[in-house]
Write a protein that binds this ligand. Structure first.
Ligand SMILES: N[C@@H](CCC(=O)N[C@@H](CS)C(=O)NCC(=O)O)C(=O)O
Length: 361
């Protein structure tokens, strides 16, 4: 029978005094390894990004217009992509130094856990369970999304209350599935779900009429309407919002320095909008502004970059690359894009929205 741990601990050490220091060394090594393996070692991701000369960014696999999708020239575009470009610019001085890794819903978290990507910027909802139990960490909210329904206009369904006993198409390994089940139960709708692993398969099923409705993030439904439908009027977004879906970049848990870099790049872009710093006026403000808040943003005031392990003009580099948050939103999702989304919840806090960047000071 093996010795119980308490009995083992009580046994006197049989090591000769000469070997004791060796044992201590081994113990220290084991603790060091434990810390490193848990990712506690300071700044590992930042160092790795610097020596690689590239940020590895997890994005959507099949392309979500407005968030992360490849253009006809193969270039990745979208709000989630711009976050990665801004991080690369802040850290490496060049927004092009990003390698994009397309990831399915199911693969996105394991890729981050395994350290295959530095940041997951892929229409990913931040929830308590994801933040606290998966070896991941949230940084900041980049887009306040919500979950809703899309139906064919010809169906005459105009409210989620009319969905009783209907079939709804969804994609697996998303927050969507569970939200839908809870909504169905709470409203006694007896919804049937048709769930697919692959995004294209959900789309094909819905557009072939196999489901009465499609449920997903509203940005995604708007994106689908813009990308796959001949005329947007053929499909209607129902007014009910069934869940909050705050999307934002996630990082591997345990590297506080890297978490701070990604978080403050997002906040910095939002703060830049709040203080009127744009891609167009950045250089002029760098040359002339005497306003301390603006100087901190454009990199001529207090050196906040140093606190993040970055250059003094870290945020200016990001703004030069992508513009401020409002510019990113308008370019990718706003009224003059195929998605045509209003700012809504994604307006700044002092304009009726939810974006309240923690102060860059
Ligand atoms: N925000 C939700 C939903 C994510 C999501 O919806 N993903 C799907 C759209 S339904 C997607 O990204 N599809 C594109 C792909 O698989 O590449 C989550 O984090 O679970």
């Amino acid at each position: 029978m093996p010795t119980p741990p308490s009995a083992r601990a009580a046994q006197p050490s049989r090591l000769s005094p000469l070997l004791r220091p060796l044992r201590l060394l081994r113990l220290a090594g084991a603790i060091g390894c434990l810390l490193a393996c848990a990712g506690v070692h300071a700044g590992t991701t930042l160092d790795a990004v610097r020596s690689r000369g590239q940020v590895v960014c997890g994005v959507s696999s099949n392309g979500l217009l407005g968030l992360s999708a490849q253009g006809p020239d193969g270039r990745w575009q979208g709000l989630d992509v711009d976050i990665c470009r801004a991080v690369a610019a802040a850290v490496l001085g060049d927004g092009e130094k990003v390698r994009y890794v397309p990831l399915s819903n199911a693969a996105r978290f394991t890729a981050l856990q395994a350290g295959e990507i530095d940041v997951l910027s892929r229409n990913t909802t931040i929830t308590l369970a994801r933040d606290a139990s998966m070896g991941l960490h949230m940084t900041a909210v980049a887009f306040y999304d919500t979950q809703g329904f899309m139906v064919p206009a010809r169906s005459k369904i105009r409210s989620a209350r009319q969905l009783k006993d209907k079939t709804v198409c969804v994609q697996q390994a998303t927050t969507t599935v569970r939200n839908l089940a809870e909504y169905s139960r709470n409203h006694r709708l007896e919804l049937k779900t048709l769930a697919f692993e692959n995004f294209d398969d959900v789309n094909t099923a819905y557009f072939a009429g196999r489901c009465d409705a499609y449920s997903g993030d509203m940005s995604q439904l708007a994106s689908l309407r813009a990308r796959l439908v001949a005329s947007p009027d053929l499909h209607v977004l129902l007014p009910e919002i069934i869940a909050k879906e705050p999307l934002g970049p996630m990082v591997k848990r345990g590297d506080q320095e890297w978490t701070a870099v990604v978080r403050w790049v997002v906040y910095g872009l939002i703060e830049a909008e709040e203080f009127g710093v744009t891609q167009a006026n950045l250089e002029q403000l760098r040359a002339t502004s005497q306003e301390p808040a603006v100087q901190r943003i454009v990199g001529t005031g207090d050196d906040l970059g140093k606190l993040l392990g970055l250059e003094r003009d870290w945020l200016a580099r990001a703004i030069r690359t992508t513009g401020n948050y409002g510019e990113i939103f308008e370019r990718n999702l706003g009224r003059n894009t195929p998605l045509g989304l209003p700012r809504g919840l994604n307006s700044l806090w002092n304009k009726g929205g939810l974006h309240y960047a923690l102060p860059v000071r």
